[in-house]
Design a protein around this ligand. Structure first.
Ligand SMILES: Cc1cc2nc3c(=O)[nH]c(=O)nc-3n(C[C@H](O)[C@H](O)[C@H](O)COP(=O)(O)OP(=O)(O)OC[C@H]3O[C@@H](n4cnc5c(N)ncnc54)[C@H](O)[C@@H]3O)c2cc1C
Length: 348
């Protein structure tokens, strides 16, 4: 997707390499771009005729199971983080595709299957080691550099070069209750209206995303459905199995699905379940919008939008957030039980 050519690529192995690179670039009056996982669709990691600082070889993940923290290098991918943390039955909330980089995801906020329960990735960022533009190596934390840690928590990157992240971990797994429920797209108006109610009232452990697309040739789908438009409810319960069965019952009771494959899985495997749809080199483009609640107008707009898809690889999905994260935003519930933040941080 991104056709730009840096003049020089520097591949760093540690903070001291980054320090040398930053000092060299500053003293030579050059421009620097930073690449970690290289997953970002906008391609801000690469610019023409500049120095590209590539951190993708710095992939270490060290877990302290006693303190329930992890120190993660910026080139680690989500799969690397999940493998190491889940070896101790621990987790930090991240995204839904195991090949995404932890660095860019954290610097942009980070959300996925366990965000409703444990917050966004940045809610769990305790501190970060940063090489600043003047070449200093500092630890940004609420006590040491409060302005820098504030900017790193969601500012989108490039506030210095982050060379290590320290995360708070939580108990989870190794088994969780996830899976897919597939319906014909014709039933989407009623199903999405019911989905909206479930999304509003479900416990923080339950996260349900809706995906509208043509059915991939999934082995559990009857062949006649392959390539036809479907609504997929993708769900994960991050808590005890028996409570998960109960929490999923309303969702599983909706309509007459073509397939329902909700069953216990290793959390690490579920974290990679969508990888085949999000392969490197697929040249995909995406855009998104934040909203509170799913009105009938929004449902109609979405369904109208997907009827104009021109390629079987196109999809629209609704990511379910709220829960732990919303409880940290100050605001009130209106008479319709909809959350209204005090500050207009998101479009309504
Ligand atoms: C298929 C796909 C699925 C996704 N799913 C999710 C999801 O479920 N949840 C979610 O929250 N996001 C998701 N994203 C978005 C993803 O989090 C961002 O694209 C993120 O930037 C990727 O991280 P990266 O390390 O690969 O970033 P890169 O592409 O390497 O960098 C992204 C930006 O951060 C800057 N940057 C990178 N590393 C550093 C560093 N060490 N210090 C300072 N600045 C730095 C870069 O210069 C660039 O501007 C997804 C993206 C894709 C393509």
């Amino acid at each position: 997707m991104v056709e730009r050519h840096p003049g020089v690529v520097i591949r760093a192995m540690g903070a001291s390499d980054v320090q040398v690179a930053v000092n060299f670039v500053r003293n030579a009056g050059l421009m620097l771009s930073i690449k970690s996982g290289g997953h970002q669709i906008a391609g801000h990691v690469v610019a023409d005729d500049t120095v590209l600082l590539d951190l993708s070889m710095m992939q270490s993940v060290y877990v302290d199971p006693e303190a329930k923290t992890a120190r993660v290098a910026p080139g680690a991918l989500l799969g690397d983080v999940d493998r190491e943390t889940q070896a101790h039955g621990l987790v930090v909330p991240t995204g839904i595709n195991s090949t995404t980089g932890i660095a860019g995801l954290t610097l942009g906020g980070g959300f996925g299957w366990t965000t409703r329960k444990f917050g966004m990735t940045i809610d769990n960022l305790l501190s970060a080691e940063v090489v600043t533009a003047n070449g200093e190596i500092v630890t940004a934390s609420p006590n040491t550099h409060p302005d820098l840690i504030w900017a790193i928590r969601g500012g989108g990157g490039n506030f210095g070069v982050v060379t290590s992240f320290k995360f708070q971990l939580h108990d989870l797994g190794p088994d969780v209750l996830p899976g897919l429920i597939v319906h014909p797209i014709e039933n989407a108006p009623e199903l999405l209206a019911e989905y909206a109610k479930i999304a509003d009232t479900s416990p923080d452990e339950l996260t349900v995303w809706s995906v509208m697309r043509t059915a991939p040739p999934l082995p559990f789908l009857p062949e006649e459905w392959h390539g036809r438009e479907v609504l997929i409810l993708a769900a994960c319960y991050s808590g005890p199995m028996d409570e998960g069965e109960k929490a999923m019952s309303a969702l599983r009771g909706l309509g007459e699905p073509i397939a329902d494959v909700i069953s216990p899985h290793k959390f690490v495997d579920w974290q990679a379940a969508f990888d085949p749809l999000l392969t490197p080199g697929a040249r995909k483009y995406g855009k998104s919008h934040d909203f509170f609640g799913l009105t009938s107008d929004a449902i109609a707009g979405l369904l109208d939008g997907i009827s104009n898809f021109r390629d079987p690889a196109c999809e629209a999905f609704i990511a379910h957030v709220g829960g732990a994260r919303l409880s940290r935003i100050k605001g009130t519930y209106d008479s319709g039980n909809k959350f209204r933040p005090n500050h207009n941080i998101l479009p309504s």
